[in-house]
Design a protein around this ligand. Structure first.
Ligand code: PLP
Length: 370
């Protein structure tokens, strides 16, 4: 049996251990230190974000964004329904109510049309929108940002999966009031766990930094006027992040190559549609995602499992989750249909052309049997 092929396995650059050694030699085994600053600087210079704050998860980054923006109990917060729960949980931490907006087929991401419709017709104005750039592909973000601006709704970009993806040359995560990135184990870069909050607003990032380190007022004794969190990134993990950032463009090139290989081997099958890439955008193709018009994706999953290859259904839309059965929504069936038909294929940057061909051949077998 071949070695298991994962959806997206960690892939170190080679410099990480050396940097960790530097951290150990300095003894800054702490959530502060040189590498935390270096990691933040590398994200700023790569994405063009003005301010950055390294945190222990992407979820923490979203939570701090909502807290700094003053989102609280009873507020409505709009969000992509076609996303991972990590995008939504922080809304609940703040006692606010998520309102789910469906995707469009042009991007599989949040529909600007439905967003605008909701904002024109709603009785209660939402405070913010959290828009996800799913599977590393940019949402129609310029339009979405414009709609948020014209309705006075804060924009938070969940770019957890889309580090390095751009729209009109500008990085996802830098269009909104806040953007967040994740460095969890299977993201395009990983620090084993971690996140980054970015914003054009320096004051907000300073406030988020304050909250992320237990909200200590500037006294030598610890004085507290507000409550905070323990959300800062460790200097050890930031050292991994600095090593990972050295290869971000290489990783994106490889992810995009894997997608091209899948297209080469499967593109002529009529019932298969790949997740689209919007004109003027560059996705990072974190995971190659596709739908089958006829074949049951569960049979494909099972067959791939038989050759020790991981695959995963598309995210189950949030408005379909039992947790959110009461939540407000504006949906038109798009994400439900995608969920019913779709699969994410193994897209680890350690894969070569033969690995991709093996996966594609197995998929062909299932389709021709049906
Ligand atoms: C991974 C992910 C998150 C959460 O990031 P963590 O670092 O795991 O907390 C949020 N949103 C999306 C879309 C994600 O894929």
């Amino acid at each position: 049996m071949n070695k298991r092929i994962f959806l997206s396995s960690p892939h170190m650059s080679g410099s990480e251990l050396g940097y960790i050694k530097e951290v150990f030699e300095s003894n800054y085994i702490a959530p502060l230190g040189e590498f935390v600053n270096r990691f933040e600087d590398s994200i700023k210079s790569y994405t063009g974000a003005k301010n950055a704050l390294a945190l222990n998860s992407g979820t923490a980054a979203i939570h701090l964004a909502l807290r700094v923006l003053g989102v609280g109990a009873g507020d409505d917060v709009l969000a992509s329904t076609f996303t991972f729960i990590g995008s939504i949980n922080a809304i609940l931490y703040q006692g606010a109510n998520p309102v789910f907006i469906d995707s469009d087929l042009e991007s599989w991401n949040l529909s600007p049309k439905l967003l605008n419709k909701y904002l024109l017709e709603c009785d209660k104005k939402p405070k913010a929108l959290i828009v996800t750039h799913l599977y590393g592909m940019s949402a129609d973000i310029e339009k979405i940002a414009e709609i948020c601006r014209s309705h006075g709704v804060y924009l938070i970009e969940d770019a957890a999966e889309s580090l390095g993806a751009t729209y009109n040359g500008k990085h996802t995560g830098t269009f909104g009031d806040f953007g967040i990135y994740s460095f969890n184990g299977n993201k395009i870069l990983t620090t084993s766990g971690g996140g980054m909050l970015v914003s054009p607003n320096e004051e907000w990032i300073n406030k988020a930094r304050f909250y992320s380190t237990q909200a200590k007022e500037p006294f030598v004794h610890y004085e507290h006027e507000e409550y905070g969190y323990n959300y800062r990134m460790s200097n050890v993990l930031a050292a991994i992040g600095v090593g990972q950032m050295e290869v971000i463009e290489e990783r994106i090139a490889k992810k995009r190559q894997i997608f091209e290989w899948y297209k080469e081997f499967l593109g002529n099958i009529e019932e298969i549609s790949f997740m689209p890439e919007l004109p003027n955008s560059r996705g990072n193709r974190w995971l190659t995602a596709l739908t089958f018009a006829k074949t049951d994706y569960r049979e494909v999953m099972q067959a791939l499992e038989g050759i020790n290859v991981e695959s995963r259904p598309l995210w189950k839309p949030m408005h379909m989750q039992p947790l959110f059965k009461e939540a407000k929504r504006l949906v038109d069936g798009t994400s439900e249909k995608l969920f019913a038909k779709g699969l994410c294929l193994a897209s680890s940057t350690t894969m070569n052309r033969d690995d991709v061909k093996m996966v594609a051949d197995e998929i062909r077998k299932v389709i021709s049997k049906a």
